[in-house]
Design a protein around this ligand. Structure first.
Ligand SMILES: C[S@@+](CC[C@H](N)C(=O)[O-])C[C@H]1O[C@@H](n2cnc3c(N)ncnc32)[C@H](O)[C@@H]1O
Length: 316
């Protein structure tokens, strides 16, 4: 279907139509340029601030057995492809509402179209690692989504979660709204709330995780990211650059939802925001929360579990 997710309202709401299916996700899918580019810029930020995978999990990915990973809302598939390149023994299953913009899939990357608000399609204890990154804008019940992730995780397996705090800040704790009024507009958060989505998932990530049963050894960290290349530190300079590039696209990403929310001129406000980000002073930052947690109980690996049940694939 010829539908331009950046410029058309679908049936008077922010509904999208993609590959013949209709759903409630309020942003363009990852396969539509320039959303693809925006997600890839932000992928760089996550990677440089927190790594694609924490060291303790990298250790189990290097142990020679095939580790089964579920990437929930895998988007462009960039994380999965980089993981497979770094850890050739792993097998990743990516699920999303729409295909990633990948033409050739490595044999150890399986992709399935699935709406995870309907739960996960897998048996209990299937995966060694479940990865969830920046999917709150599609999850009216974030708690239920996490509960399903833990169900399909094997005992002793790792849950990895990252979510954005949608509140621009200043590094020195000053009044970001006074300095960057357009960027700090409340409309995106209000529009999410209006669609029964929680704009505070990132801010309250630790509580969300604490309220899921059967998790242990929870490690929570907050990562502060420059919104512009104001830092002299080469890595922070780079992630500031990546963020500003992503911000230049974000106006288009949010456009349909903001129009639907009743904002009369989202393009005008967003252009003002982009102008604000040309000013390198003020040290604006954004923050993402990151969780590493283990499922209670111990079992060597999901792959061993499959061997015990006699249904491991020959090719693995
Ligand atoms: C902001 S993108 C993040 C993509 C990827 N996780 C990343 O970090 O680059 C959110 C992704 O979640 C997917 N998504 C949203 N709602 C979903 C749902 N109900 N079921 C499956 N995927 C969903 C979107 O299609 C999109 O690819």
């Amino acid at each position: 279907m010829n539908f331009d997710p950046f410029n058309e309202l679908g049936g008077g709401s922010a509904l999208r139509f993609d590959e013949g299916q209709q759903d409630d996700y309020c942003l363009p899918v990852a396969s539509h340029s320039p959303e693809t580019e925006r997600l890839d810029y932000i992928h760089e930020v996550y990677k440089y601030h927190a790594g694609n995978v924490p060291e303790e999990v990298a250790d189990i990915l290097n142990d020679g057995t095939t580790t089964k990973i579920l990437d929930v809302g895998c988007g462009t598939g960039k994380w999965a492809l980089e993981m497979i390149s770094a850890f050739p023994n792993i097998h990743i299953t990516g699920v999303d509402l729409a295909h990633p913009p990948i033409t050739v899939f490595p044999p150890n990357f399986a992709f399935h179209i699935h709406d995870v608000t309907k739960g996960q399609e897998y048996e209990n204890d299937t995966f060694d690692v479940v990865h969830v990154r920046d999917i709150h804008a599609g999850m009216p019940d974030y708690h239920a989504m996490l509960t399903e992730c833990v169900r399909v995780l094997r005992p002793g397996g790792y849950l990895l979660v990252k979510e954005i705090e949608w509140i621009p800040r200043l590094l020195d704790g000053g009044d970001a709204k006074a300095r960057f009024p357009a960027i700090c507009s409340d409309s995106f958060r209000d529009a999410l709330s209006e669609r029964s989505l929680d704009p505070m998932v990132g801010v309250n990530l630790k509580s969300y995780i604490d309220n899921v049963t059967a998790l242990k050894d929870i490690q929570y960290s907050r990562h502060l990211v420059p919104m512009t290349p104001w830092s002299d530190d080469p890595i922070l300079h780079y992630t500031g650059q990546m963020t500003r590039l992503a911000m230049a696209i974000l106006g288009g990403t949010m456009r349909i939802m903001l129009l639907d929310h009743g904002e009369s001129d989202p393009d005008g406000r967003y252009s003002a925001g982009i102008e604000e980000l040309k000013d390198l002073s003020g040290q604006p930052i954004w923050v993402f929360g990151s969780i590493i947690a283990k499922k209670e109980g111990e079992m060597s690996s999901a792959s061993d579990h499959l061997i015990e049940n006699g249904d491991r694939e020959e090719s693995e």
